[in-house]
Ligand binder design. Sequence first.
Ligand code: SAM
Ligand code: SF4
Ligand code: SF4
Length: 341
Amino acid sequence: MMAPRRAVRDGLGRPVSDLRISVTDRCNFRCTYCMPKEVFGADYPFLPHSALLSFEEIVRLVRLFVQLGVRKVRLTGGEPLLRRDLETLVAMIAEVEGIEDMALTTNGSMLTPERARALKAAGLRRVTISLDAMDDAVFQALNDVRFPVSRVLAAMDAAAAAGLQPVKINAVVKRGVNDQQIVPLAEYFRNTGHVLRFIEYMDVGNTNGWRMEDVVPAEDMLRAIHERWPLEPVPPAHPGEVATRYRYLDGAGEIGVIASVTRPFCGGCTRARLSSDGQLFTCLFGSRGHDVRAWLRQNWSDEALLDALAGVWGRRVDRYSEVRSAHTTHSPRVEMSKIGG
Ligand code: SAM
Ligand code: SF4
Ligand code: SF4
């Protein structure tokens, strides 16, 4: 393993090991908890292409972040597969020495068998595919573009067949909307080798009208599954893992829960996030990013960029989820579709 040339720790002693890159702010879904149609309508001012970081700019930043300690990259969005020639970017990142893992989070709508094979060939290791319900009526009400469950399931098969394994599945649970889908989702993914992870609905951004009452605590989700198919905890695979893992006692596989609201994990948060327009966020709940795109386009040297990035991380003291309160949930925050989760 290559040692970082200039390992940094933030104000709370956390290294930076993970870089999440949003490659577009656009999406072909209008999930009600993420890009509600009333806000993200036909006249929504999405970014023009020139505002997006170019592949070269992204790869330059990946190289610099590796020097600070990053080993893992995740591509996200918006819907990352909407970004033209994403395979080219994947191949460029795969060549960066020091990157040990590269994954993609997608809604699966465009992940055909050909695309999955091309991404794998370019160097992608794994995919996470989002699916919040097994029932078509519930899923279509959530994605709000009438996209059927069967096509997302087909994308999971395509990913697995291409060797993008194990496939992880993200299911966000919102009370009264899809909480009845917890057990059906668990049932479907038992014995498939795919790892289903339930995510507590978070107060990201300011457009989804988040209320604490809408959150189903991870503990309740686990109880519902455990009553049907008993579970036991699995120790974390690596430090800072956000999902708490469980396995079925009957050997049907593993699930995870991401309890960002009820059991925050800021203490182990080693993620930096780059929005599609090149703003660097040190917390998912940040209100303001650091304008790295401006630094790139002002032709800063690698050394100057490295100093600035190390400075941003060194000053980081974010722990929003641990200090979440009535006051903070009303503060302005970056939208999920811009930062990518
Ligand atoms: N479009 C891709 C997708 O849906 O997988 C990638 C971007 S999406 C913003 C990344 C993940 O964030 C998805 O799994 C989505 O369900 C999750 N997400 C979006 N809004 C959320 C919220 N308010 N709380 C919890 N998770 C959320
Ligand atoms: Fe699009 Fe993903 Fe947000 Fe749904 S969660 S609107 S698929 S970016
Ligand atoms: Fe990391 Fe911020 Fe989430 Fe805490 S609230 S885990 S610091 S992104």
